[in-house]
Design a protein around this ligand. Structure first.
Ligand SMILES: Cc1cc2nc3c(=O)[nH]c(=O)nc-3n(C[C@H](O)[C@H](O)[C@H](O)COP(=O)(O)OP(=O)(O)OC[C@H]3O[C@@H](n4cnc5c(N)ncnc54)[C@H](O)[C@@H]3O)c2cc1C
Length: 293
């Protein structure tokens, strides 16, 4: 039978209270949101914190609304709440598409977006999607707030730009903009993704005006593929030429720096990324074409 070492649970109602508790309790305390990662670590004996600081009752971390066209998601909002939100469905349908594929409904019901990003498991669907969406994170400690681009947030496996005792207060996702569409493509053998891809295409007068490709779960961190993104600008929005799509897939496979693990060899993952990027780009271009029609 698995037993947890005893701990004290503190329920904070403001960012200042939570970060004050973390400062006061030091290394003995950790942030607790849905607990899907944290309690697993504790059950496995990899973490034995004496204090858990619950952030779920902090109103700022439960926001789910739009501000000037930008979607604002509080750090403790669950995957399920995002997936079911009419606001998100209307303005950010690909985000719903991605969230619906995270884990299983039990994990999504309690697991939060902030918890997923803060944990920085290399097999994260949201980290990859939000990189392509050019999201920003609002981090907070006491009354101070700072904004960090998603591109600068994940520093390595399980490593982020968070300072000790700092919270993810909000995740801000920009509006897609006219003629733009996003797609999320995922492939998994086990519970977490073996490969996760997100693309954005903006069409203008039948051509690609902007392209973004993010690849995650195959290497240490999610990456963008700037060379392929630049090469795609000006291409026919119908993406009729296979060579254009194949070239983008090959560049993405190289940029992702796949590593061998339980999901397969590096070579296998390069092929996987190349195929999935092609699929993602074609679908996104078709969606962008429909959005500009
Ligand atoms: C069976 C299973 C399958 C999964 N499959 C997938 C999948 O397919 N795709 C995918 O992307 N993910 C997957 N996950 C990961 C899942 O998305 C995360 O477990 C979940 O989102 C974590 O959120 P949480 O609120 O439970 O975090 P917690 O477990 O509460 O916290 C996780 C870590 O983040 C810290 N933390 C939590 N909230 C904050 C905050 N607001 N600010 C700063 N630090 C914070 C905690 O201190 C802890 O270190 C899976 C997990 C499980 C258990």
């Amino acid at each position: 039978m698995t037993t947890l070492t005893p701990f004290e649970l503190h329920s904070a109602t403001s960012v200042a209270e939570a970060t004050g508790l973390l400062a006061e309790l030091g290394d003995e305390a950790v942030i607790y949101s849905g607990g899907t990662e944290l309690l697993l670590l504790m059950k496995l004996g990899f973490a034995e914190p004496a204090h858990l600081v619950d952030v779920k009752r902090i109103p700022e971390l439960q926001r789910l609304d739009a501000e000037g066209g930008t979607l604002v998601i509080g750090g403790a909002v669950t995957h399920r709440a995002i997936e079911r939100s009419p606001l998100v469905r209307a303005g950010w349908p690909a985000l719903v598409e991605m969230e619906r594929r995270v884990a299983n409904v039990r994990v999504r019901n309690v697991g939060s977006l902030g918890g997923n990003l803060a944990f920085a498991d290399p097999h994260s669907d949201p980290a990859t999607f939000l990189l392509a969406a050019e999201a920003t994170l609002l981090l907070g400690m006491g009354g101070a707030r700072r904004s960090v681009a998603m591109a600068d947030f994940v520093r390595g496996p399980y490593e982020t730009a968070l300072e000790p005792g700092e919270l993810i207060v909000e995740i801000r996702v920009p509006a897609l903009g006219a003629g733009a569409a996003m797609t999320h493509v995922k492939f998994s053998f086990h519970e977490r993704p073996a490969a996760t891809i997100a693309c954005l295409v903006r069409g203008d007068a039948g051509h690609i005006a902007e392209a973004r490709i993010a690849v995650g779960s195959v290497g240490a961190v999610p990456v963008r593929v700037p060379e392929a993104e630049r090469d795609l600008v000006g291409a026919d929005l119908a993406l009729a030429e296979d060579a254009v799509v194949h070239a983008a897939g090959a560049l993405a496979a190289a940029a992702a720096e796949p590593e061998e693990d339980a999901n397969g060899s590096a070579e296998y993952k390069r092929d996987l990324v190349s195929v999935l990027v092609g699929r993602c780009l074609r679908e996104t271009a078709a969606r962008a074409a429909a959005a500009t029609a």
